[in-house]
Design a protein around this ligand. Structure first.
Ligand code: ARG
Length: 456
């Protein structure tokens, strides 16, 4: 069995420990990054005079052949300790003893940190693309929902009327912030650890700037002990993923409510629902229920990761091997969830009649108070007066607009006229015309800004 260490041992690892120690089942997916990092390392070694040009060529070609074998599945079910050992063993198989020169001046500590950062940078791009896709689906729905008015809710209570487009965009803006956060995390992830050795720097005078350029990093790590032992970039990424799935969860939760039998504001496409094995009439919004729960996993990943890191001294400890399980689970969860949510959003249909039917006149109570204010009544007083009108409507069990004029006049002389001229819900929406409000101009401005932000 190929091993990267062992000269000073007289006994092989016990089977149970070997099982505990192995990370290949988890880190196997890092092989493309491991090959890429190793090829750059070979170049740096040659530049430093450690390898002849001929050796450099043979090692690089050998690594390419290993990559082809791994792409063909050579790593599946392999017995090796980890991905680095696997690649090295296959390299020995390809080019013989020269493979033994690859690890000169390098440690698995700076190697794995480099591999992981490379992997993260690709993953961040994938997540960003998926987020933009979901954002674009929300924008497309919003464009169709410009003139649909529905109750806007706070505390789960009808508050003021709003546009359907506006509600959808309220869930699109968080995705813009998520993308900014991912880009920011990428900036700090693109710092190169390679050339740090095990903890104290490399004994070979490699040109780290050359490595940085070859591997597409932005900067080189300033302290080898820190670089080999810190996983802040993983924490930041997992946090950004948890937060974005929390946003998806809120969107999904709202859509579960809006697609419920009682609300019925949206109808999901058949392709995103399931039926019941028992109740023939059921049509369940599973896509959004699952989208609502997935954040639970990534929150677990985040807490697990931070717990794993807590109390570790600077430098590498084997505890760090566990980082990948958390990271990969979080990324996999996000990449599994986003395409389905995007599809569910893109194909759902708003139901205008149900939105209309849900609009109660109470949604215009603020407009009434504003009307009294326009006549010089202090807002605090207007609020109390309209509150009395609402109480009267509740007592009579009628809509706010159906309170008899005499009863309204008894509360305030202007109320009957204001009630009569309240106008439509759409007019009420237009009265909230501050930038960022639900009025048409603001929603149109948001739409064009978001459409540009999510353009592929
Ligand atoms: N499999 C290890 C990990 O993922 C690679 C680094 C091992 N380093 C060491 N000193 N044993 O962390």
């Amino acid at each position: 069995m190929h091993q990267m260490w062992g000269g000073r041992f007289s006994a092989a690892p016990e089977e149970s420990f070997s099982q505990l120690n192995r990370s290949l089942p988890v880190d196997h997916r890092l092989w493309p990054q491991d090959i890429r990092g190793s090829k750059a390392w070979v170049r740096a070694l040659a530049q430093a005079g450690i390898l002849t040009p001929g050796e450099e060529q043979m090692l690089r070609d050998g690594l390419d052949r290993v990559a082809r074998r791994l792409a063909d599945g050579a790593g599946t079910g392999a017995p090796d300790e980890d991905v680095h050992t696997l690649v090295e063993r296959l390299l020995y198989e390809e080019i013989g003893d020269l493979a033994g020169k690859l690890h000169t001046g390098r440690s698995r500590n700076d190697q794995v940190a480099t591999d992981l950062r490379l992997w993260c940078l690709t993953a961040l791009e994938q997540v960003d693309r998926e987020l933009a896709g979901l954002g674009a689906a929300l924008v497309a729905q919003a464009e169709k929902g410009m003139d649909l008015i529905l109750p806007g809710y706070t505390h789960g209570q009808q508050a003021q009327p709003v546009r359907w487009a506006y509600v959808l965009l309220a869930h699109a803006w968080p995705l813009v912030r998520d993308r900014e956060r991912l880009a920011d995390a990428a900036r700090r992830t693109a710092v190169l650890p390679l050339g740090s050795g095990a903890l104290a720097g490399s004994g070979v005078p490699v040109d780290r700037d050359l490595l940085r350029e070859e591997l597409g990093f932005r900067a080189i790590s300033p302290n080898a002990l820190d670089a080999t032992g810190e996983r802040d970039f993983v924490v930041e990424i997992v946090f950004a993923l948890a937060l974005l799935l929390m946003h998806v969860s809120r969107l999904a939760g709202e859509l579960v409510t809006y697609s419920s039998t009682e609300f019925g504001f949206v109808r999901l496409a058949d392709g995103y629902c399931t039926g019941s094995s028992l109740m023939p009439q059921k049509r369940n919004p599973d896509v959004f229920e699952l989208a609502r729960v997935k954040v639970a996993r990534t929150l677990g990943d985040l807490v697990g990761l931070l717990t794993a890191l807590k109390g570790l001294p600077a430098g590498y400890s084997k505890d760090l091997q566990e980082d990948k399980a958390f990271l990969f689970d979080a990324v996999d969860t996000v990449l599994l969830t986003l395409p389905a949510v995007r599809g569910g959003v893109a194909t759902m249909e708003p139901v205008a009649e149900r939105m209309n039917a849900a609009l109660q006149r109470g949604l215009l109570a603020t407009d009434l108070a504003d009307g009294l204010v326009a006549q010089g009544v202090p807002f605090r007083e207007a609020h109390v007066l309209v509150g009395r009108l609402v109480q009267e409507a509740e007592r009579l069990r009628v809509d706010l607009a159906a309170v008899p004029p005499e009863a309204a006049r008894a509360i305030h002389g202007s109320l009957p006229a204001l009630l009569a001229s309240l106008g439509s819900f759409a007019e009420s929406v237009e009265r909230r015309a501050t930038p960022g409000g639900s009025a048409r101009a603001s929603v149109l401005a948001q739409l064009s800004e978001l459409a540009a932000a999510f353009r592929a």
